[in-house]
Design a protein around this ligand. Sequence first.
Ligand SMILES: Nc1ncnc2c1ncn2[C@@H]1O[C@H](COP(=O)(O)OP(=O)(O)OP(=O)(O)O)[C@@H](O)[C@H]1O
Length: 260
Amino acid sequence: MAVLQVDGLEMRFGSRLIQQNVSFAVEKRCIYAVMGGSGCGKSTLLKHLVGLLTPAAGTVRYDGVDYWASDEAGRSRLRSHFGMLFQSAALWSSMTVLENVCLPLARQTQLDTRAQEARAREVLAWVEMAEFCDYFPSDLSGGMKKRAGLARAIAAEPPLLFLDEPSSGLDPISSRRLDDLILDIRDRTGAAIVLVSHELPSLFAIADDGIFLDADSKQPIAHGAPRDLAARLAHPTVQAFLHREVPPAAAPPAHLEHSA
Ligand SMILES: Nc1ncnc2c1ncn2[C@@H]1O[C@H](COP(=O)(O)OP(=O)(O)OP(=O)(O)O)[C@@H](O)[C@H]1O
C-alpha cells in the first residue's frame, strides 16, 4: 500500500483555483519530486499534504487512512507519521539546535528526556552538526540551518518526509552534500520522501518519480522520474523546465533579443 495516496486534489485560495486533478501515489523508500515553474502551487501542495490547508476537493490518504475524513485525534496521529523541512528551516530561534531537535521526540515518542537528548545528538551527528548542539539558529549558516531542520524532521524516524526546497540558497558543494544526506536518510530509515525543488542536478540525481504541475492549465501535465521526463518527448513546458530553456510563450519578441 502507498505511504501517501492523493486522488483528485483541488486547491484554491477563496475562489482562486491553484491546481486541480492532482493525483499520485508515493511508495515506501521512494524519493518523489514535485516540479513546476515558480508560482504553480508546489508549496501550496505540500501545505495541503501536511494538513495546514484544507483541500477544496479530493482525498489525501496516509497508509490508506483518509486524513480529512478522520477526527482531530486521528489527524494528530497521522501527523506524527511525517516530518517536514520548511523552505526557511523554521527552527525556533529561542531554542538551541539540540532543543529544536528534541521537540518532535518529546511530542511523538515515549522517550524520556535523557533518551530524547541521546537520540537528538545521534541524528545531529548524521547531519554533521554534532559540534553545534548548543548553538542558537542565529549563529548558524544557511546550510547548517537546513541540516539542523533536516535532523529535526527525521529525529522521530517518520515513515514520510516532506522537504520544501532543501537546497535553495546553498552553494553547489553543500547542495551535493545535502543530496547525499537525503539518499542516506532514505536508505537508513526506509522513509518515503516528497521533495519540492528547482535544483535540476538534485532532481536528476535523487528523485525516483515525480509530478509536474503546470501554472497555465492549473493541473499536472507529466508524471515520472525527472531524468526520464528529460530524456523522452514530453510536454514543451516540461522540456523547457528540465532543459532550462525559456518556454516559447515567455521568450522575448525577436526584435528585443538583440536590443541590449
Ligand atoms: N496564503 C495565500 N493566499 C492567497 N494566495 C496564495 C497564498 N499562498 C500562495 N498563494 C498563491 O498561490 C500560488 C502558488 O503559490 P506557491 O507558493 O504554492 O507556488 P510555488 O510553486 O511553491 O512557487 P515557488 O517555486 O516560487 O516557491 C501563487 O500564485 C501564490 O500567489
